[in-house]
Design a protein around this ligand. Structure first.
Ligand SMILES: CC(C)(COP(=O)(O)OP(=O)(O)OC[C@H]1O[C@@H](n2cnc3c(N)ncnc32)[C@H](O)[C@@H]1OP(=O)(O)O)[C@@H](O)C(=O)NCCC(=O)NCCS
Length: 333
């Protein structure tokens, strides 16, 4: 059956359904104990991100059956010059050159973009990382993905009052106006990335960008819940933790960021915020059974805290990179 790779002009509900099926098969083989992405998450995977300069999606079919897909994003903002590729092939259709063919479909768009670095991601030790190595990618950063079953775990034993001089504030959906400036300043604490050689940079934080992101998530029905550790004397934000709940996944939440400003570290604020968040979710959203999070492998302190809370390591996620010049040598015209 010949392989037919087409660039999508628009993403149809049938494309989303087919891709959801592909992701389900992929997870069943690679991560049998992890919930596969929801339809909503798959839809997001196929739609452009407004902060980027351009997005292209290719789907590969054999006799009408979806066998794989590729997505190329020309990143914007602080990451102009970085193109991100994601390639996925149905497990039963691997090692027939389909992944390479999908990457090859994206080459003209990568070349024409004038962007000079290509980045990607894969799970450590999995077929994606071996395929990527064969395509010339190198690992530039790694993250431990961890997961906690809320009903179990030792987190309750670590719950307790805030250290003297600090108090907790909660928010849902939007960071309150009276602390948003201080909150954005505090987010920068999240951005020290030990052991990371990736070219990708955190987009610089501004109140305007934070508000845009909040509106985008609210528009998709995604609920963000935040807890802030506030310095009582000044009202300044000392740290924060944020969890994201998606509308069609009632059982699982994703812990996005937990950060404590450098000058407030070592007081236990991170643990107190995390346990308070877990207690809040348990009380308020009893249907949510599992929290997932990702932490830089070199951030041994946060990984240790998560273990103490009852998080178990699920897998390692790798950031991959190569120069476009190297890629074009590999795939000359
Ligand atoms: C990565 C992926 C797209 C590869 O798809 P594929 O169609 O099997 O890849 P190809 O057939 O083009 O493989 C090309 C070469 O890569 C290497 N390779 C691919 N899979 C490999 C594996 N499991 N083990 C070792 N080498 C592998 C081999 O050198 C292979 O050539 P060979 O088969 O002649 O030995 C597929 O495994 C996948 O969907 N993985 C999950 C998603 C992912 O991690 N993507 C990462 C890239 S963004």
């Amino acid at each position: 059956m010949p392989l037919d790779i087409r660039a999508l002009d628009t993403v149809s509900p049938a494309d989303i359904a087919d891709y959801h099926g592909l992701m389900g098969e992929l997870y069943a083989v690679e991560f049998p104990d992890i919930d596969p992405p929801t339809v909503e998450a798959v839809e997001t995977m196929l739609r452009p991100n407004p902060a980027d300069v351009g997005t292209r999606v290719w789907l590969g079919r054999e006799g009408g059956r979806l066998v794989g897909g590729a997505r190329l994003d020309l990143l914007g903002q602080e990451n102009v010059g970085l193109a991100r590729i994601g390639v996925r092939v149905r497990p039963v259709d691997r090692r027939r050159g389909l992944g390479t063919a999908l990457l090859q479909s994206a080459i003209p768009a990568i070349r024409d973009s004038g962007y000079d670095r290509l980045i990607g991601g894969a799970w450590g030790g999995g077929p994606g990382s071996r395929w990527a190595a064969a395509q010339g990618f190198r690992t530039t950063a790694s993250f431990v993905m961890q997961r906690l079953e809320i009903a179990g775990g030792g987190w309750r034993a670590l719950a307790g009052p805030m250290p003297d001089g600090f108090e907790l504030r909660r928010w849902v959906g939007r960071v309150p106006d009276d602390m948003v400036e201080s909150y954005v300043d505090g987010l920068i604490a999240f951005e020290d990335r030990p052991g990371d050689q990736a070219s990708w940079r955190f987009p610089s934080r501004t109140v305007e960008r934070l508000r845009d992101e909040e509106e985008r998530l609210l528009g998709r029905g995604v609920e963000q819940r935040g807890l802030v550790a506030m310095e009582s004397a000044t009202g300044a934000v000392a740290g924060m933790t944020v969890v994201e709940l998606t509308p069609d996944d009632q059982e699982r939440a994703f812990q996005k960021v937990t950060a404590v400003l450098p000058r407030h570290r070592g007081l236990g604020l991170g643990v107190r915020m995390k346990t308070a968040m877990l207690a809040w979710i348990e009380d308020d959203r009893p249907g949510v059974r599992r929290i997932q999070t990702g932490t830089a492998t070199a951030n041994v302190h946060m990984i240790r805290i998560n273990h103490a809370l009852g998080f178990a390591d699920a897998f390692v996620s790798l950031a991959l990179e190569q120069s476009v010049a190297e890629l074009l040598q590999r795939f000359p015209d």
